[in-house]
Design a protein around this ligand. Sequence first.
Ligand SMILES: Nc1ncnc2c1ncn2[C@@H]1O[C@H](COP(=O)(O)OP(=O)(O)O)[C@@H](O)[C@H]1O
Ligand code: SF4
Ligand SMILES: [Mg+2]
Length: 332
Amino acid sequence: MTAAALVEVRDLTRVFDVSKPWLNRVVEGETRTFLKAVSGVSFDIGRQETLALVGESGSGKSTVARMIVGLLEPTAGYVTIDSVDMWAPARHRERQMLRRRLQMIFQDPFASLNPRWRVERIVADPIRAFGLAKDNQEIEHRVGELLRLVGLDPADGTKYPHEFSGGQRQRICIARALSSNPEFIVCDEPTSALDVSVQAQILNLMRDLQDQLRLSYLFISHNLAVVRHMAARVAVMYLGRIVESAPTQELFERPRHPYTRMLIDALPDLAMSGRPRRPIRGEIPNPIDPPPGCAFHPRCPHAFEPCAVEMPALVDRARHAAACHAVAAGRL
Ligand SMILES: Nc1ncnc2c1ncn2[C@@H]1O[C@H](COP(=O)(O)OP(=O)(O)O)[C@@H](O)[C@H]1O
Ligand code: SF4
Ligand SMILES: [Mg+2]
């Protein structure tokens, strides 16, 4: 997009070697097996912008997230944050400095909190690690401030994670993520493990914090309904590739790709427009042995001759991109 984008992801690809151990392969006469979890993914995220990444479980969303925050090395392609290449070896020092500006929130708040640490220590950890306060008194003050910011009581700092509900634990994770004053937060299914009634509270909190602290988000969810009120743009992933991306309202009102249409048709009709709700058809294929041509063709109600043979390119028309032969041919 523009040089001003905070995050640039280009042709990001990740292949996992999922081969059996060497001896088994020799005995069973098998070759190595590779799984392409992410393939040629590109997008930009502007400052204070939210991009949503949506797709069924197994489509490669978490793998993209881990490459962006520096937890997993790409097989090909690159990620730059404020023009610093996350994976270029020569940029090691700059990357260390970037770590402070970049945080991640995970799906399961319990698994990502150390159960033996009090909340105040958990939230203070990044402040200490990055040397962001001059003494313990300043740290204590900052932790209290952060707990208040996420809707908890500063007195909660003396408790342990198990003393909180799921929603409160996610608030603790958010406070910890905010404690290094980040500019960009990758949120990987941040509310998927929570009760429906609590999800909206956490989503509202995240939106308020975005406005207040001028944050950029990569917001990942398997649920299209959740991203609708969170993101300016949505990118839909299917079996490791982006198959459609568009501004959020445009995507919901004029979806192009049959997979996106299927996801939208499966949503509850909250506007009560009388639109019939259709369940999701079929399942995501095994990425070790993906279907040829368009990976969606075994599930697609619009498939025609080229679909099983040729992979459709992602074609961008007026910032609305889709990878579909039927769309390109004007059939949809
Ligand atoms: N470390 C790994 N080793 C082997 N396969 C992996 C690994 N991590 C993820 N995968 C596979 O990559 C694919 C994408 O996974 P993931 O990125 O977790 O998808 P999502 O977050 O969309 O559910 C899945 O088929 C998953 O089994
Ligand atoms: S390329 Fe063909 S199979 Fe794939 S989504 Fe489009 S119409 Fe369906
Ligand atoms: Mg995931």
